[in-house]
Ligand binder design. Structure first.
Ligand code: F0G
Length: 461
């Protein structure tokens, strides 16, 4: 009989101590941080689920590869190793390194996008949206209808609404829509995967209308693994093969190697269009660096080259998805409302359903984040009206976001099963006394990306 327990497919060579705090210390720290977990010092956090970006543990092979890093300004062998490794999963002609994903986005939209144009996506991540809006264009989300109901289980809730895209392109055409993007997995939509069938459908629509398709590929390996598990014809294919096929339906991609590159920093921009690549490299030189390092050290390129090989290994992905799923299953079994089914890199708690007595503009996601820190020193992030709400330009009136979520993002290869059990237990405690949890109001906010620096006050009874 085969053993069913899924284990961490690694052993630990170096450990990083984490420090337990008392409840009264945490009370004091969160008050001093104006109830915004971004303003906490990381040392005062026990289990940090703020993001899965750049927070992963590197393998012994990656640490060894750092030593091989060649810091030549131009033509470094580290770049060529990086390029070869990238091309194994991303068969695009031109691979342009950048210091992280948003730098690739900024360069892409600077050369492709004009004011007044529209860039559709299944759901834009906040930096993607901000980079498009900074160009004076519109960032349009076209998620599939199944994604609206957080409790509905659908295997590919990250899909784009292909019918809505077709209608948009019939109406507007390539002059108005310079490119279409697909974010895999769909981060802002709950870490849900996009099916190969949807990629094919979206790609066919784009080709028919003469509009290029770009993949926001941050979590490509997790997405490809979900395709392997959930789309019958891919069950026997390797994750790298699935990734290659997926990318073959696109014209280019942006990538944050801080996620499925298993790097602590890095990213790239890829395209098959030689003219575009030339313009992109010109901009790269202006702000990031020469095209064979793009703002990264040679050793960073080496770490990513190895990371991209490790991230498509199936024992790693099986453990990764099982660990996220375990957290989701155990808290939802106790009644905690989460976005179903669990995504690849994170669990999203429906804070509006968790705290129905807290109004959207009393920020239930913030209330829950504060409570989880108070209870157990765990840090999650609000993805709700503080992050995605907005003020009407004329009246200054605040409009809530569509969903009030708290995201618990799991860093790669960092926490063990008992850490996850601790998070489950903490959540159940907070769930039990949910009725006593109150909302917050904003005491200070900056004019854009306010969630990073906002200061809050508890709403008085
Ligand atoms: N696209 C997606 C889907 C992302 O999740 C991120 C980053 C980026 C682009 C930008 O990449 O950070 O390297 O510049 N997401 C992180 C998160 C920050 O916490 O979800 P970057």
């Amino acid at each position: 009989m085969a053993i069913k327990t899924i284990i961490e497919p690694f052993r630990i060579k170096a450990v990083e101590p984490i420090r337990m705090t008392t409840r009264s210390e945490r009370e004091e720290k969160i008050r001093a941080a104006a109830y915004n977990v971004f303003l906490l010092q990381a040392e005062d956090v026990l289990i940090d689920l703020l993001t899965d970006s750049g927070t992963g543990a590197m393998s012994s092979h990656q640490w060894a590869a750092l030593m091989r890093g060649d810091e030549s300004y131009a033509g470094s062998p580290s770049y060529y190793r990086f390029e070869e490794s990238v091309k194994r999963c991303f068969p695009f002609e031109h691979i342009i390194p950048t210091h992280q994903g948003r730098a690739a986005e900024r360069i892409l939209f600077s050369v492709t996008c004009e004011p007044g144009q529209i860039v559709p996506n299944n759901t834009h991540f906040d930096t993607t949206r901000a980079n498009i809006e900074y160009r004076g264009a519109e960032a349009l989300d076209l998620p599939c209808p199944e994604s609206a109901d957080t409790s509905e289980r659908h295997p590919f809730k990250g899909n784009m609404d292909a019918g809505a895209l077709e209608a948009l392109l019939d109406r507007e055409g390539p002059d108005k829509v310079p490119l279409v993007m697909l974010t895999i997995t769909n981060n802002s939509g709950g870490g849900q995967p996009v099916s190969m069938e949807n990629v094919r459908a979206v790609s066919a629509i784009c080709r028919r209308h003469g509009v290029p398709l770009y993949i926001d590929a941050c979590r490509f390996a997790e997405n490809a693994y979900f395709i392997k598990l959930r789309e019958p014809e891919y069950g026997d294919r390797s994750v790298a093969e699935i990734a290659r096929e997926l990318m073959s339906h696109a014209d280019g991609c942006t990538m944050s190697a801080k996620k499925d590159g298993l790097g602590n920093i890095g990213g790239f921009l890829a395209t098959n269009d030689g003219d575009l690549a030339r313009q992109e490299k010109d901009l790269l030189i202006l702000t990031e660096g020469y095209p064979t390092y793009g703002g990264l050290a040679g050793r960073d390129l080496e770490a990513i080259a190895v990371g991209l090989e490790e991230v498509v290994q199936e024992d790693y992905l099986q453990y990764r998805i099982a660990s996220t799923d375990y957290l989701g299953r155990h808290i939802s079994a106790e009644g905690v409302p989460i976005v179903q089914p669990p995504g690849g890199h994170a669990i999203y708690i429906d804070a509006a359903a968790f705290l129905p007595h807290v109004e959207p503009l009393a920020y239930p996601g913030i209330a829950l984040a504060v409570e989880l820190y108070r209870e157990a020193g765990i840090r999650g992030v609000e993805i709700g009206s503080v992050m995605f709400g907005h003020r009407e330009a004329e009246s200054g009136e605040e409009r809530p976001a569509e969903k009030e979520l708290l995201r618990l993002a799991i860093p790669r290869r960092v926490y063990t099963q008992s850490h996850i059990d601790y998070v489950v237990e903490a959540f159940i405690e907070v769930w039990r006394r949910r009725e006593a949890i109150r909302g917050y109001r904003i005491a200070y906010e900056s004019p854009f990306l306010r969630h990073f620096t906002a200061r809050f006050e508890p709403v008085e009874e």
